[in-house]
Design a protein around this ligand. Sequence first.
Ligand SMILES: Cc1cc2nc3c(=O)[nH]c(=O)nc-3n(C[C@H](O)[C@H](O)[C@H](O)COP(=O)(O)OP(=O)(O)OC[C@H]3O[C@@H](n4cnc5c(N)ncnc54)[C@H](O)[C@@H]3O)c2cc1C
Length: 417
Amino acid sequence: MQPNKDLINFDVIVIGAGAAGMMCAAQAGQRGRRVLLIDHAAKIGERIRISGGGRCNFTNRDIRPENFLSRNPHFARSALAQFTQFDFIKLIQRYNIAYHEKTLGQLFCDDSAKQIIDMLRAECDLGGVRWAQPCQVHTVRAGVGAAAAGFTVKTDQGEFTGQSLVIATGGLAIPQLGASPFGYKIAEQFGLPIIAPQPALVPLALAPETLDSLKTLSGTAIDVISHCEGQPVHFRESLLITHRGLSGPAILQISSYWQNQAYSTAKSSQKPGNKKQPISLNLLPDLDVSDWLQEHRQSKSNLTTLLSAFWPKRFAQEWCALLQWQKPMAEHSNKDIAAMLDALTAWKIMPAGTLGYAKAEVTLGGIDTNALSSKTLETKSVPGLYVIGEVVDVTGWLGGYNFQWAWSSGWVAGQHA
Ligand SMILES: Cc1cc2nc3c(=O)[nH]c(=O)nc-3n(C[C@H](O)[C@H](O)[C@H](O)COP(=O)(O)OP(=O)(O)OC[C@H]3O[C@@H](n4cnc5c(N)ncnc54)[C@H](O)[C@@H]3O)c2cc1C
């Protein structure tokens, strides 16, 4: 008996049923394309399920290309404009998913991230998408039978063919959630350049001696502005000192830029191998610290007491003890006051590294956007091959930006694949 051709020959094969892959499959299916969606994991959308503390920060009201890191900072512009945050919000509203805005434009489900997964599944059903899951992909070949066009995908569920192939297998963060280097391997196979992947939106590790000096501050948090010298951004968010290093949103945000220095210094034609710059923290973001120090220049109070008006008492005590500023302000030298100004407005800490993919939220770098059309996400050198989502060298800030890139790039490829 001949196998049922409808079950092996497709117009579009999407590998990776995460945020980008499901959006793409649903769109292509709703255009009338016969779509197969393959994932090796037993459960789909795991990253969506655990995101935003189980409520999924699915987008941000304010999405701009500047909220993304990429070697080509303009690349994301077209996809983000073709399918915007407002388009995604409309979709959410169509499914009656209640949501709310947290800080900084971040939108979360009121109830559960599972609602987003169910919505994407329903969208795939509307497009008649077929699923192969859990399904291991063994090989991918360009060319179907004797024809030069199309792709053959060999899996543990048999061989499938498709005119278009979409790679949506994400990055390397949190390997327990099914992350794999599949996308990078396919890129190598088809000769697509890769920007070295690195963990991003990740806590920063400190050298043992720095960690030791900060151990009394472990478990404390304050609001700061984080910055990394030579990088174009500042983040006003919370800093958390942990027993392993630095964390909290202010650190996760700046970690991507700290990691990014390797290629931004290369771009500015400095010698490769330049040392990374430390991160810099403004510990009193709401104050003109210079004026404030002058105001208290002759005070009988010590710095700990004065800082306790702004910080948790323990942070003030331990930070001042660390820097040995414990006597009354009036007894400090002008040199001390200048050092206080520096330390309070630009406390410099040199991370020893990051806590790695196990603790990262995303992967910086990936398939070089130079190899892709920004309008369609199709590769320039292999007709019919598309790459979307986190596997591409486009990395968003914390705050719903990474999902928006997944929705936008998935939607765009879904119109063309
Ligand atoms: C803990 C955590 C919380 C996060 N919270 C947020 C948030 O609130 N807001 C936000 O915007 N972003 C958040 N992110 C980032 C966001 O989840 C990702 O950027 C987004 O999911 C990327 O979508 P994607 O479709 O490219 O990849 P993924 O969603 O990772 O999907 C990739 C899919 O490919 C499959 N796959 C991988 N390898 C293979 C293979 N070899 N064969 C077959 N299938 C394969 C995987 O099983 C997975 O289903 C969070 C990330 C983490 C880790």
